[in-house]
Write a protein that binds this ligand. Structure first.
Ligand SMILES: [Zn+2]
Length: 460
């Protein structure tokens, strides 16, 4: 099976040129002007951008939570991702406190295996680090191809680990060649503020926001960065939202420490004024919450300064009925919002088209850096000879409107309802096969593969 993409404008994290791309099987075989190879199929990409498939390294599909599950399955979630030009996602396995990492991996595999349309991997969330868990780390990195270990500094009694466990985990992960990633907010401070607001009868979504002020994130980010420096363990902060937290990372760079920062599309585009809309604000209840306009400026600048390396989504959708579990108490609103489908198009429209970032930077933070940081480069994340043929053909001029009625995520509202954006995904290839064309998904569930990742370097 072979395919030739003709005359596209090829964009990678560092290049921008017009060329043909010849694909054989799952791989890119040749790139050049006027390629003469005979191909089974030819796609004309004149006037189009051609860039690597997006990688969203922060999603939660079919995740058990508060007696329910996030509403996108591996099938619906990875399919929606493909519609938006994201060919691979990294999901999170959550260890149950008191149980093994392996038990959690088995549980997640039972939901994911055979169901994904797009490619996927897992981060292993360690919620209980002890002598037993410690022995499993090496196996996960070397045998399972899972080299990143997520930690929570918040959600006490469920997911949170204390600093003693954090240091122990970092020392072991460092030794075995992995990375520790973190939800960096101060769990004790947040617990106190949540209880205080509930006691005062302040229960609307606005108080979700007011229970997680910027200082809770800035403090925890600095503490995480310091512990990573002390243990010399590669570190990655997920969904960083605000100026205070980014300053902690900026300070760390002054001692030549490498800490990776991920933000999410919503923190660049949406702000906390949405929580003023009574219970409608529940659509954007997530942790950390949306912040201020000044934080958006900080994050865009952080991308251009090279401090913010990745733009992800933290996609964790819940239908409106599920969100209503917290109608009388913000602390019972399932946390998360849907974004897996629109990350690439939103970042293009609001980032590249509006002049905030370059096309190369766009590819870097949405495709290339996630592959480099998490041990998949150059198989994934770029357009190069020998790489997987994960390719997006993108019309930079087509305008369209985001609505819940036309999206492909399994959720009955859109966090970006009515947004008119410019730039649209036209054709998507995943490992050499056409996945999306003419607004249709051609691949079936089960095509998506679990991608084993290698050890990480801790700098890119
Ligand atoms: Zn998350």
């Amino acid at each position: 099976m072979s395919l030739l993409i003709k005359n596209g404008r090829v964009i990678t994290a560092s290049e921008d040129y017009i060329a043909d791309i010849f694909i054989e099987g799952e791989k890119i075989k040749a790139i050049g002007k006027d390629l003469q190879m005979k191909a089974g199929e030819t796609v004309d990409a004149s006037g189009m951008l051609v860039f690597p498939g997006g990688i969203d390294p922060h999603v939660h599909l079919d995740m058990p939570f508060m007696g329910t599950y996030s509403s996108d399955s591996y099938e619906t979630g990875t399919r929606a991702a493909l519609f938006g030009g994201t060919t691979m996602v990294i999901d999170f396995i959550l260890q149950k406190q008191g149980a093994s990492l392996q038990a959690a991996l088995d549980e997640w595999n039972s939901r994911a295996t055979g169901n994904a349309v797009g490619d996927y991997s897992f981060h292993m969330a360690v919620t209980d680090f002890n002598e037993h868990t410690k022995k499993e780390i090496k196996h996960f990195i070397e045998e399972e191809g899972i080299s990143s270990f997520k930690t929570f500094m918040a959600y006490k009694g469920a997911l949170m680990i204390d600093d003693r466990q954090m240091i122990g985990l970092m020392e072991e992960v460092k030794q075995q060649g992995g990375m520790v990633t973190v939800h960096a907010t101060n769990g004790d401070m947040i617990d106190y503020l949540v209880a205080k607001h509930r006691n005062e009868g302040k229960v609307s979504p606005l108080y979700h926001y007011l229970s997680q002020p910027e200082v809770t994130e800035a403090e925890a980010s600095e503490r995480f960065v310091d512990m990573a420096d002390y243990t010399n363990c590669p570190g990655y902060i997920v969904h960083l939202t605000c100026e205070g937290a980014l300053n902690a990372v900026r300070n760390a760079t002054k001692r030549n420490q490498h800490v990776f920062v991920e933000t999410c599309i919503q923190y660049l585009l949406l702000d906390a004024s949405l929580y003023q809309k009574d219970f409608d604000g529940a659509k954007w209840v997530m942790s950390p919450p949306l912040r201020e306009k000044k934080d958006q400026d900080t994050l865009w600048a952080g991308i251009n300064q090279g401090l913010v390396k990745v733009v992800a989504t933290d996609h964790c959708p819940f239908k409106w009925e599920q969100k209503k579990m917290g109608e009388k108490d913000f602390s019972k609103i399932p946390n998360g919002h849907p974004a897996i489908e629109h990350r690439m198009e939103l970042l293009y429209s609001e980032g590249v088209n509006s002049g905030k970032i370059t096309l190369n930077k766009y590819v870097e933070v949405a495709c290339t850096n996630p592959a480099k940081i998490f041990g998949m480069f150059p198989r994934k994340g770029t357009i190069g000879i020998g790489s997987d043929a994960d390719i997006v053909i993108f019309d930079p001029n087509e305008k369209h409107t985001i609505t819940a009625s036309s999206h492909h995520m399994n959720v009955d509202y859109s966090a970006y309802e009515g947004w008119e954006i410019i730039g649209k995904v036209k054709t998507v290839l995943l490992r050499g096969k056409i996945a999306i064309n003419d607004n249709k998904c051609i691949l079936d569930k089960g095509y998506g593969q679990f991608i084993k990742r290698s050890k990480v370097k801790g700098m890119i």
